[in-house]
Design a binder for this molecule. Structure first.
Ligand SMILES: Nc1ncnc2c1ncn2[C@@H]1O[C@H](COP(=O)(O)OP(=O)(O)O)[C@@H](O)[C@H]1O
Ligand SMILES: [Mg+2]
Length: 194
């Protein structure tokens, strides 16, 4: 099982970490599953939602259904989100609690939304195989491999959320996913009792 991330000073010490009291009356937590494309966020978010009786919210799918894109980034071969519209659409749900959100970035969301931020990680070979299977063009594949090697999303999560909220988890195998589910279930029980 992966280790808890090292405690780390927040960029802005005066920003209060997300805590249960920030969403007074919320009976259920919100969990963010993040990481480089291909690390297994969607699959993990679905499994966590099913195991915990929460609802999955995929941000890319939501943006698609809202047609909330600004333009297509030709160089990076990806859609650019209209973040304001997507965040506005998410606010009522996230304010209530009970959602497992998955997206390949994490600093765009308000910190107060999430009680737990899971950063999934895989090795380069695994990611190469998964993105090749997806038919990613070579430049996009290389960009994502570099992103994973450089821990870009993990660093982003550590900048944007309190150290105790961010957990880095290996997601190479079925056994890894099972370990994640067991760990998140235990976390939720502790959250319920807090
Ligand atoms: N724990 C795991 N063990 C083995 N394969 C996995 C695991 N998690 C995800 N995968 C596979 O990796 C690929 C990418 O998963 P996906 O959830 O779509 O990633 P993401 O949403 O991060 O882009 C899929 O083929 C999925 O079945
Ligand atoms: Mg996905």
């Amino acid at each position: 099982m992966a280790e808890l991330t090292e405690p780390r000073k927040r960029k802005s010490e005066e920003t209060a970490p997300a805590q249960k009291r920030d969403r007074k009356g919320a009976a259920r937590p919100n969990i963010l599953v993040t990481g480089t494309p291909g690390v297994g966020k969607t699959r993990a978010a679905e499994a966590i939602a099913a195991r915990l009786g929460l609802q999955r919210l995929g941000v890319s799918e939501l943006a698609k259904s809202l047609k909330a894109f600004e333009e297509f980034d030709e160089a990076r071969q990806c859609q650019v989100l209209d973040e304001d519209r997507v965040l506005d659409a998410m606010e009522p749900d996230l304010g209530r609690g009970g959602f497992v959100v998955d997206y390949h970035a994490c600093e765009l969301f308000p910190e107060r939304w999430f009680d737990l931020v899971l950063v999934l990680r895989v090795g380069t070979e695994t990611l190469y195989d998964r993105l090749t299977a997806r038919g990613y063009p070579e430049p996009k594949l290389q960009e994502n491999l570099q992103c994973e090697i450089m821990q870009v999303v993990l660093e982003e999560a550590r900048e944007a959320y309190a150290a105790e909220v961010v957990v880095e988890l290996r997601n190479e195998s079925e056994a890894d996913l099972e370990a994640t589910l067991a760990r998140v279930a235990a976390w939720r029980d502790a959250w319920n009792n807090s």
